[in-house]
Ligand binder design. Structure first.
Ligand code: ADP
Length: 326
């Protein structure tokens, strides 16, 4: 797209460039350059113009448009197509719509703000503007529908490692797929799919990361953000890119093995739920057990006081720490 090329050009220039120079180098009319600049300014780029000297990019804002996410992105599949919106009801809903219309695998839907962000079981996901990472990936894995939930664990591992790598914060996975920092939730993942009995049409992996949010409503005592924990502002596109790169490798590996086997050690290493006593909230009531491992299909192995072991499947049970969220 024209504006992406103009942006790339302005990014590599330290000084003012005239409209004429840009139009000449890119082989387009000056009117097209002017239009592209106007669009970029609308997106939030601070481009100053001077009738004598031309244009100059003075500030690269913390934005997550398609052009920013694809810039220097090291993947083959994930995020090669990016659908950015300033505002959506929910990125999962838009992703499902696009997937139903045939969007290719790896398409990333990302929004600056969600008006009706969703958690599991119809719960609400707080998604204010300008500060979070609200995104959904369209996948078309060649696996049976009953295994799709395993992908959620793979995505959780990717988010955890991407946060660690790009922020240095001590992120951990709360089984099955929440990511926490200092015992509070910085990320939630909601996987949805469309499938026949024996075949998946598409899977949508929705990921919400509280990047630069400064405060949360009182009803969310267990929510925190990277900024609150790290005391600094993080560049959202770097976290997104880092996640896409890690998740792409792991998704490919998962597709070869058709199980979490090769990823399990890394998952367990990052999992804060393991090797301690946890509270299991089931429909029938609460119980306490020690979390001792993860199976190759992503179940949590727990051991009760009486020595009995059980494999807990995600979705059936909520897990809490004995004294707090983790
Ligand atoms: P669970 O942890 O039970 O799986 P979900 O992942 O479905 O929950 O997330 C929904 C819940 O997360 C909501 O009910 C709310 O308590 C909490 N929540 C909502 N928005 C946020 C947010 N931005 N950050 C952290 N937690 C949130």
């Amino acid at each position: 797209m024209m504006k992406d090329e103009v942006l790339a050009f302005l990014k590599q220039e330290e000084e003012y460039c005239s409209g004429e120079e840009i139009s000449h180098k890119l082989g387009v009319t000056r009117a097209a350059v002017w239009k592209a600049i106007k669009k970029l300014q609308e997106e939030g780029y601070e481009i100053v113009s001077s009738t004598k000297k031309g244009y100059k990019l003075v500030n690269r804002p913390n934005i997550i448009t398609s052009g920013e996410i694809k810039d220097n992105l090291n993947t083959k599949l994930l995020g090669q197509v990016v659908e950015y919106r300033d505002e959506v009801d929910s990125t999962n809903n838009l992703a499902k719509e696009l997937a139903a219309k045939g969007a290719i695998e790896g398409t990333l839907v990302v929004a600056d703000k969600q008006n009706n962000g969703k958690g599991r079981l119809g719960r609400n996901w707080e998604s204010p503007a300008g500060t979070g990472i609200w995104m959904s990936l369209i996948l078309r894995p060649n696996i049976l529908p009953q295994y799709a939930s395993e992908l959620t664990l793979v995505a959780g591992l990717g988010v955890c490692e991407a946060i660690k790598k790009s922020t240095g914060l001590d992120a951990k996975i709360k089984w099955p797929n929440d990511v926490v920092v200092n015992g509070k939730k910085v990320c939630g993942i909601l996987t949805e799919m469309s499938a026949e009995m024996d075949r998946i049409n598409y899977v949508v992996v929705g990921i919400g990361i509280n990047a630069n949010i400064e405060t949360f409503p009182e009803e969310l005592p267990y929510a925190t953000s990277l900024k609150i924990e790290g005391q600094k502002e993080y560049i959202r596109k770097e976290i997104i890119q880092c996640f896409l790169e890690i998740f792409e490798k792991d998704y490919n590996q998962y597709g070869v093995d058709m199980s979490l086997e090769a990823l399990r050690a890394r998952y367990e290493e990052n999992c804060i739920t393991l090797h301690k006593r946890v509270k299991l909230l089931k429909r029938e009531g609460e119980s306490i057990a020690e979390a001792i491992g993860i199976t190759n299909s992503g179940a949590l192995i727990v051991k009760y006081e009486n020595g009995m072991e059980e494999e807990i499947v995600s979705g059936e049970v909520s897990v809490r720490g004995l004294y707090g969220y983790v």
